[in-house]
Write a protein that binds this ligand. Structure first.
Ligand code: S3P
Length: 439
């Protein structure tokens, strides 16, 4: 029986420590790069969430062997060559999984159908398929969406592509395709986007160049095996940053082992601009990624005009930012964030509906949201199957004027399977309602 809903009551002083689970983006890349390496890749801290497990199962269906090492580690053994899978590859809810796999497989003479759940089958795939076709890939989509059909093609021609949106998924898909292409594949970006693919390719010995302009890889190239440590996911830590700022006690809430790659931490800057007190401690580097422990104190927060350059650096954190804004003093304005409409849900519309259900005044714009801060009432909100919307409203409930029921929360397992237990562990009053008990 899966968890259908949460009922969360306003909480007093949240306190304690949370070990933040592994980074979802990096865990996908461990599977994908491990599957096409020249030797086994071992990883510690891999995120065992539904999204990353879907990518694991896809790589196994293509011939990779994945084994647990017993000490929390996991080994990905690449086959000599990937083979066409016997059945469609199901990426579940994961846009990262399907888009990066399209790039990885495009030049490897694979016949495959790539698909996913109802949410994924509404999301745009041509942003990846179209540039891959210009490299010589043979790919079909259904009106631009999954299922995606790949036909055997290769070798690909390396090419330069100027991305119209700052999308790390598009950039990464093309770089992964570039591993199987002859020559230099170059991807330029209109703004900085997350760079985990570039960092991991470099750590695994591939000839890659990267900067604010984008990235390039010289193919053909095969990542060497080795060992990587996956840092905690900043996007999961985000909910506890928000919770600590809104409902912390006298002592700080501590978040351990969090990845603080600057292409991911836009929210940190935004929360500080709003008056949030957050400290980074024990800054260190693990396998090319910066990691820190975070301490967050309850703070008086005010609204912010979000600088457009920070949007791609905080792209997954807007559900959390929106609830912080609704509970802060003054107005928050977000523009230039139209990408939020094609995430796991239309996050502008779904968050606007949820905030309005809790009494907030919001104005929806095509590319953002204007939020009048000042407080939230209790009530019922529908996450519409979006994991980050569900977790954001659980945090909002800590400071709402009454209990909040959040519907359709099962997909939280796609990114943060232990969220409810971790939140309860620091004092959030969260009850899980199983199927049939959510009325
Ligand atoms: C991701 C990139 C982002 C982000 C997604 C994960 C990645 O998407 O929203 O959750 O792992 O590369 P876009 O690059 O499409 O913005």
């Amino acid at each position: 029986m899966s968890v259908a809903a949460w009922r969360v009551k306003p909480a007093g002083a949240l306190a304690g420590r949370v070990v933040i689970p592994g980074d979802k983006s990096i865990s996908h890349r461990v599977m994908l790069l491990g599957a096409v390496g020249s030797a086994p890749l071992e990883a510690w801290g891999f995120l065992h969430s539904e999204d990353c497990l879907a990518t694991r199962h896809a790589m196994e269906a293509l011939g990779a062997r994945v084994t647990e090492l017993g000490d929390g580690g996991l080994r990905v053994e690449p086959p000599e060559q990937l083979r066409s899978p016997a059945a469609p590859l199901d990426f579940g809810n994961s846009g990262t999984g399907i888009r990066l796999a399209m790039g990885l497989l495009a030049g490897r003479r694979i016949e495959a159908e790539l698909t996913g759940d109802a949410s994924l089958c509404r999301r745009p795939m041509e942003r990846v398929a179209a540039p891959l076709r210009t490299m010589g890939a043979s790919i079909e989509t259904v009106d631009g969406r999954p299922p995606v059909t790949l036909h055997a093609a290769g070798p690909l021609k390396a090419r330069a592509y100027d991305m119209p949106v700052a999308s790390a998924q598009v950039k990464s898909a093309l770089l992964l395709a570039g591993l199987a292409a002859e020559g230099r594949t170059v991807v330029t970006q209109p703004a900085v986007s997350r760079d985990h693919t570039e960092r991991m390719l470099a750590a695994l010995g591939c000839p890659v160049e990267a900067g604010e302009w984008g990235a390039a890889v010289l193919g053909p190239a095969r990542p060497r095996g080795g060992r990587v440590v996956v840092p905690g996911d900043f996007s999961s830590a985000a909910f506890f940053l928000a919770a600590g700022l809104l409902a912390g006690g006298d002592a700080p809430l501590e978040l351990l082992g969090v990845g603080v790659n600057p292409t991911r931490t836009g929210l940190l800057e935004l929360l500080r601009m709003m008056g949030g007190r957050i400290e980074l401690c024990r800054l260190r580097e693990e396998c090319g990624e910066p990691v820190a422990d975070l301490r967050v104190w309850r703070s008086e927060l005010r609204g912010v005009d979000v600088p457009p350059a920070l949007v791609p650096l905080a792209i997954d954190e807007f559900p959390a930012l929106f609830v912080v804004a609704a509970l802060a003093a003054g107005t928050t304005r977000v523009r230039g964030a139209e990408e939020l409409r094609v995430k796991e849900s239309d996050r502008i519309a779904v968050m606007a509906r949820g905030l309005e259900a809790l009494g907030a005044r919001v104005v929806e714009q095509p590319d953002g949201l204007l939020i009048e801060g000042g407080g939230l009432s209790g009530g019922t909100v529908d996450s519409e199957g979006d994991h980050r919307v569900a977790m954001a409203f659980a945090v909002a409930a800590a400071r709402a004027d009454g209990p909040v029921t959040i519907l359709d929360v099962a997909n939280v397992a796609t990114s943060f399977p232990g969220f409810a237990a971790a939140a309860a562990g620091v004092g959030l009053d969260i009850a899980e309602l199983r199927t049939g008990a959510a009325a």
